[in-house]
Ligand binder design. Structure first.
Ligand SMILES: Nc1ncnc2c1ncn2[C@@H]1O[C@H](COP(=O)(O)OP(=O)(O)OP(=O)(O)O)[C@@H](O)[C@H]1O
Ligand SMILES: [Mg+2]
Length: 249
């Protein structure tokens, strides 16, 4: 066995996470999950199974009924509100399906936002924009961009402050297959370059194929997917590029 010093603190550890809304059905039931530093994991599962709920609990946007979330070795639920907010601001980055780029800020200002919120110098915002191929567009406004470009801005913004953990909820759900493929490649490359561990919720097997590991959420828990999902370039890498109903917002 490796000596203790060699055991890295997980980027994320969920223990016994349970959630039900009101008196409705149980969404998450004693869910356990560990994510290693720098690991890129895809989470798949049927619509309504609780994928976004899980991300919301991890992000502190919603409260679990029981269980704990540890980010970079710290139990978020044991911190007071201010400390929990600070931890999330420093350690988390988000990429959403609908981009959530602020329309009245330039691209450079959008990407600089997490740096400002963390009292960090903002110069690296332009480097991060360049890293996603938008180095010359810093003064442009979001309305001047395509969907794929907007998602690249959102990725740059999620990574710029070098968070421990990136949460991405269907980040390519609004993109055409070719653009989705490009954005995913860049997302994975930049996650790896900044050392962020990443959870990407997706309905697309092609998207899941870029992950180091694929998990399926069902019956309130996460289960390892059959290995065929995880083989980048394998037969499923070209299948079902986009999903039907819920992608159309
Ligand atoms: N705020 C809420 N109040 C009540 N029920 C909710 C709430 N948020 C989610 N739910 C329910 O919890 C379940 C899980 O929802 P969730 O959004 O996590 O699913 P999902 O796996 O992300 O689905 P999709 O793939 O369609 O995005 C659903 O049955 C949903 O109706
Ligand atoms: Mg969802």
């Amino acid at each position: 066995m490796a000596p203790r010093d060699d055991i890295a603190v997980p980027a994320l550890e969920c223990r016994g996470l349970s959630k039900r809304y009101g008196t409705g059905r149980i969404v998450l039931a004693q869910l356990d999950f560990t994510l290693a530093p720098g690991e890129f994991v895809a989470i798949m599962g049927d619509s309504g199974v609780g994928k976004s709920t899980l991300l919301n609990l991890i992000a502190g946007l919603d409260r679990a009924d029981s269980g704990s979330v540890m980010i970079d070795g710290r139990a978020v639920d044991q911190l007071d509100d201010n400390a929990a907010t600070r931890l999330r601001r420093q350690k988390l980055g988000f990429v959403f399906q609908a981009f959530h780029v602020l329309p009245h800020l330039t691209l450079a200002q959008n990407v600089a936002l997490p740096l400002l919120l963390n009292d960090l110098p903002t110069a690296s915002a332009l480097d991060m924009l360049a890293a996603v191929g938008l180095g010359s567009r810093g003064d442009d406004f979001p309305r001047e961009l395509s969907g794929g470009e907007l998602q690249r801005v959102a990725i740059a913004r999620a990574l710029v402050h070098r968070p421990t953990l990136i949460l991405a909820d269907e980040p390519t759900g609004n993109l055409d297959p070719a653009t989705a493929h490009d954005v995913l490649g860049l997302f994975r490359a930049q996650s790896k370059a900044t050392g962020a561990a990443t959870i990407m919720v997706t309905h697309s097997e092609a998207a899941a194929a870029v992950a180091d590991r694929v998990m399926v959420l069902s019956d309130g828990g996460l289960h390892a997917a059959s290995t065929k999902f995880a083989q980048a370039g394998g037969p499923l890498a070209h299948a079902s590029p986009a999903r039907s109903t819920d992608d159309a917002r």
